[in-house]
Design a protein around this ligand. Structure first.
Ligand code: SIN
Ligand code: CO
Length: 386
């Protein structure tokens, strides 16, 4: 449950000078008090946040067709939404005020962004979605809205005024190209400066407006819709299901109306369908594959001239390995999941592979033959780097 007045706790800068991302809160306290429950605002949570990302770099990403980008423009009472890619010339023609460029999946292109996400490892990787970065000139914003996922909004360059509201009315303007709340009555407000963090649980109303040219980094956590999860699971099951035999009716009796669908037929179909079952193993396999499935835009480029297997193994033993930026990797028991595939987790190299999944890097180690072959296949496919 949220605090009685449903207000965000504010952790001031002085208190956080020597503290971490969550101010004075430990991750366990954060999870207990705030996660999916209650907002949190922390001053200077990440000093120099986003200093590694210049607007120019973001504009270059927005020009790529393998990167998802959107442009929101607000003029008087009208909102428009366009999908990228956007050329530099297109962006140059935009007005001085009132627009926002949003770029998804920045962690797939910038090592610093991937490192930033690692700081949120107190939330399981299975829940992590991506790092979205926005750029807005003064007055830019995406309007008062709510998101369906948990998000940490980190201020990079410039300043942004955040207003949030504990309101229960989440009606949105009909026929608008993006979800803008019909009514928004803020209950709290801050001007975020570089390094400040605002955590919002799903469906918490908020509105961020750039005070000057500013960049905001959003660490988003996915929460798939139950309907989507079920549909994906049924698709998985369709491939795994083994129901041998044919529909049989050697007991068929004469029907009065040949066009009538008889109860006997429905009983037989019902019997066959009752054999559709799944096990804990199916849930385990499906979840690992589904949660590591690359995003639609993600492209893995197999290496054109990979090192030979023996040379690769030498590198693993002397330099270690790291996951390629777009790779998603999880493990459970004796299975390892990577980019929608599952493989056995070799007991001999278990610690190294778990380190690779947790930290995205593994220190030098000597792979057993089976592990060496598996890692080499991942390396050739572009899933990992030396
Ligand atoms: C933004 O970065 O402009 C929008 C982030 C959000 O409100 O979720
Ligand atoms: Co939002």
């Amino acid at each position: 449950m949220c605090l009685p007045q449903e207000t965000a706790i504010i952790i001031p800068a002085m208190m956080t000078a020597k503290q971490g991302l969550l101010g004075s809160l430990t991750p366990a306290t954060f999870l207990r008090r705030h996660w999916q429950k209650c907002p949190l605002f922390v001053r200077n949570a990440i000093p120099d946040c986003g200093a590694w990302l210049q607007p120019e770099t973001l504009f270059e990403l927005a020009a790529r067709d393998d990167v998802e980008s959107r442009l929101v423009i607000h003029t008087r009472n009208r909102w428009t939404l366009q999908h990228g890619p956007f050329s530099r010339a297109q962006l140059r023609r935009l007005p001085d005020r009132g627009w926002t460029l949003l770029v998804q999946g920045v962690e797939q292109h910038q090592h610093e962004a991937a490192d930033l996400l690692q700081r949120f490892s107190f939330i399981p990787h299975a829940r992590l979605d991506d790092l979205m970065v926005s750029y807005a000139p003064p007055g830019g914003g995406v309007g008062p809205h709510f998101d369906s996922y948990d998000v940490f909004l980190l201020q990079g360059a410039g300043t942004r005024r955040w207003r949030i509201s504990a309101q229960k009315n989440l009606d949105v303007i009909e026929r608008a190209p993006l979800r803008i709340l019909k009514h928004f009555h803020h209950t709290q407000e801050w001007v975020a400066e570089r390094g400040d963090l605002l955590y919002l649980p799903p469906r918490y109303a908020h509105d961020g407006v750039a005070r000057d040219a500013c960049m905001t980094l959003s660490v988003g956590f996915r929460a798939p819709r139950k309907q989507e999860l079920a549909a994906q699971f049924l698709e998985y099951l369709q491939d795994e299901l083994q129901l041998p035999g044919l529909y049989e009716d050697s007991d068929l009796t004469l029907q009065k109306h040949p066009a009538e669908l008889s109860s006997a037929t429905l009983d037989k179909i019902s019997h066959i369908l009752k054999d559709i079952r799944w096990s804990a193993r199916d849930i385990h396999q499906f979840s690992g594959r589904y949660l590591t499935e690359p995003k639609a835009q993600t492209v893995f480029r197999p290496l054109r001239r990979p090192a030979t297997l023996p040379a690769f193994v030498r590198q693993v033993a002397t330099r270690g390995i790291r996951l390629a930026l777009p790779t998603r990797m999880l493990f459970r028991g004796s299975d390892v999941f990577i980019n929608g595939e599952n493989h056995p987790l070799n007991a001999e190299n278990r610690a190294a592979l778990i380190q690779l999944a947790n930290r995205r890097v593994a220190r030098p180690f000597t792979p057993a033959v089976a592990t060496a072959r598996l890692l080499y296949a991942w390396y050739c496919a572009g899933y990992l780097e030396i």
